[in-house]
Write a new protein. Structure first.
Length: 375
């Protein structure tokens, strides 16, 4: 009997040891996974745009890898922030959503990494390499675009009679027929272009005219005609709120912000697509951070992820292979195509933002703009 008890106890002891070893193994595996997981500090623009990124690729990436993504709403000052961190020798941002003009400057200053796009990014589903699948201008030495978006002017339809609704950029400068306050971004970009179009310059000639001192003076003279009716905004959330509160009749804004206010909040807004200034927006990698974020960047810019993002916000994907995969809005079921900046009826008088012009002239024209505001 004693031997039987001893054998049973021995077998039980072995099971306990095996269970303990298994638990130790699982604990070690969990520790290894935890050690491999990263915290990625990703800088973007906030609002509906950051929310679209969160749903389209941040959440899928966190679920896939166990990484934690910390959203930082600082892209409006992304270039200045990178400069400050670099000078301090403490770069805490891992990936930054940035405009191409700022990316050109940051690249020239050595603040961000050069990118080998075909080696770093995912091919299209049919095998087309990234260099052939992204739209023109989407890939630069230190930059990879994710979206095509537009700077537009919108208006509150309730502030004008049904038979006298504005429809052109010239109407924004027409205080007699379309009275009320306007809110415009406190920067020369877009405002100078729109002022020239409102003054009769064809959209395709805007940058030729703006490249001359006479053209700059002409733009400021046109802005003078509405200056005392303008509230200047600095954060992207301001124009939709000012329009909703009817503090202004017109507001310049990112088209995705207005789309979100119209569809998700039911605001009575309408976009003036005339002379929209469209541009690309995308990612740059701070110097020294490429190894940390390269897998995430490969994932977040693939065909499926960019198509998914267009289900949450009315920005066109920067990959050609993504365009045919864009369907309806994820929450409301609205067909997204007519709300895209690149939809042909919206695109008829579109102005492609000239990033090289602004990279060369932003400092001088910003000084002139600030001086003009102070007059």
């Amino acid at each position: 009997m004693y031997n039987v008890i001893k054998q049973v106890a021995g077998r039980r002891s072995m099971r306990i040891k095996r269970t303990s070893l298994a638990l130790v193994g699982l604990s070690a595996l969990a520790a290894a996974v935890s050690a491999q997981a990263e915290t990625l500090n990703i800088v973007s623009w906030g609002g509906a745009y950051s929310e679209s990124q969160q749903k389209a690729y941040h959440e899928p990436w966190m679920e896939k890898t166990g990484d934690e993504i910390v959203n930082i709403d600082r892209s409006a000052n992304g270039l200045a922030g990178l400069r400050a961190q670099s000078q301090a020798g403490n770069v805490t941002w891992d990936l930054v959503d940035m405009l191409p003009a700022d990316a050109l400057i940051a690249c020239a200053e050595g603040l961000i990494e050069p990118l080998d796009h075909d080696a770093l990014l995912a091919d299209a589903p049919d095998g087309t390499p990234p260099s052939e699948d992204f739209v023109d201008g989407a890939l630069d030495e230190c930059f990879v675009a994710s979206i095509v978006y537009s700077n537009i002017v919108a208006f509150n339809t309730e502030m004008f009679p049904e038979d006298n609704q504005p429809s052109t950029i010239a109407d924004v400068f027409d205080l007699e027929n379309f009275p009320g306050k306007r809110t415009l971004m406190r920067k020369p970009i877009n405002n100078l272009e729109w002022a020239l179009v409102a003054d009769g310059v064809a959209p395709e000639d805007v940058y030729d005219v703006l490249s001359t001192d006479e053209g700059v003076q002409r733009a400021f003279a046109k802005l003078d005609t509405i200056k005392d009716q303008v509230i200047w905004w600095q954060e992207g959330a301001q124009p939709p709120q000012l329009l909703a509160d009817q503090e202004v009749a017109f507001g310049s804004a990112y088209n995705g912000r207005i789309f979100n206010a119209m569809t998700s909040e039911g605001q009575p807004f309408e976009i003036i697509w005339d002379a929209q200034v469209f541009e690309l927006d995308g990612w740059v990698v701070p110097t020294g951070k490429l190894d940390k974020v390269k897998d995430y960047l490969h994932f977040a810019t693939d065909t499926q992820r960019l198509a998914d993002q267009a289900r949450y916000i009315s920005y066109g994907p920067a990959r050609k292979s993504s365009s045919g995969m864009v369907t309806t809005h994820a929450e409301t079921g609205i067909e997204m195509t007519p709300h895209m900046p690149t939809y042909p009826p919206n695109f008829a008088t579109a102005i492609p933002k000239n990033d090289e012009f602004w990279a060369d002239n932003i400092d001088e024209l910003s000084r002139r703009f600030d001086a003009w505001l102070a007059m």
